[in-house]
Design a protein around this ligand. Structure first.
Ligand code: PEP
Length: 256
């Protein structure tokens, strides 16, 4: 069975002490799964990674929210994948829509960031998804296919095995609008098929594909009940431990 994942992206929120308190609330409410099928990944601001990674245990991992495409050098303000790894991260989010739209990260740089993550022993949580206008024009499959092809599918099969994919329709992120369970399942199945076409069936079946976009305790159950939805990448609702843990409960009810 492929790994089921609940990931929390705190974005640029929490002070170090608030972050540590939130992490410890999640940790104490998280029900470790002895089979390792269900894991939790928390992506705090990079400044808190060292602090919270020291507290991570029993199926709880940490992630960076971004990394440089370079390993070191004169890149003021940047943080490399190796640096994230050195303070305890095992994963890094790459291609989040806020990085794409606010910071102008395009397919060529995202491809290099994926490579930097792999080169430094981090698993990319690779985000893809269409904008609202693209969905209105029924172009969601074309958009996601291009993102996967230009940013991710250059990886060898072995390296692709380290990737977690997150389908995040941009129109649903932080907006309160959520993809319907049917829309999510359709796009997750589309992504799995694209992986199969580029690699093979076994790799496609083993890839965890998360849904992200206004997932909350009320809609989590319906989203996670879908065959190809292997968990969630949660933004807003990950900042409240009770909501995040409630979402975790839905995932665990659906998969265990
Ligand atoms: C995200 O930022 O990846 C996200 C899914 O945010 P939200 O849950 O707030 O829509």
């Amino acid at each position: 069975m492929r790994t089921k994942i609940l990931a929390g992206n705190w974005k640029m929120n929490t002070s170090a002490s608030e972050g540590l308190a939130l992490f410890n609330e999640v940790r104490s409410g998280w029900n470790p799964d002895s089979d390792g099928i269900l894991i939790c990944i928390i992506a705090p601001p990079a400044t808190h990674l060292s602090l919270v990674s020291a507290e991570a245990e029993q199926g709880i991992y940490t992630a960076g929210q971004n990394c440089s495409d370079q390993d070191n050098g004169a890149y003021t303000g940047e943080i490399s994948a190796g640096m994230l790894k050195s303070v305890g991260a095992d994963f890094v989010i790459i291609g989040h829509s806020e990085r794409r739209s606010i910071f102008g990260e395009a397919n060529d740089v995202l491809k290099l960031k994926v490579d930097a993550a792999i080169r430094n022993g981090l698993s990319p949580i690779y985000c893809c998804g269409e904008q609202r206008k693209e969905r209105e024009e029924h172009r969601q499959e074309e958009v996601v296919r291009t993102q996967l092809k230009e940013e991710l599918f250059h990886l060898s099969a072995e390296d692709f095995g380290k990737v977690v994919v997150a389908y995040e329709p941009v129109w649903a992120i932080g907006t309160g609008l959520t993809a319907t369970p049917a829309q999510a399942q359709q796009m997750h199945s589309f992504i799995r098929t694209a992986i199969e076409e580029n690699y093979d069936k076994e790799i496609a079946m083993d890839t965890s594909i998360l849904y992200g976009g206004s997932c909350n305790p009320t809609n989590a159950n319906d989203l996670f009940s879908n065959e190809d939805v292997d968990g969630g990448l949660i933004g807003g609702a990950s900042l409240k431990s009770t909501d995040f843990l409630q979402i975790a409960k839905s995932l665990s009810n659906c998969v265990l």
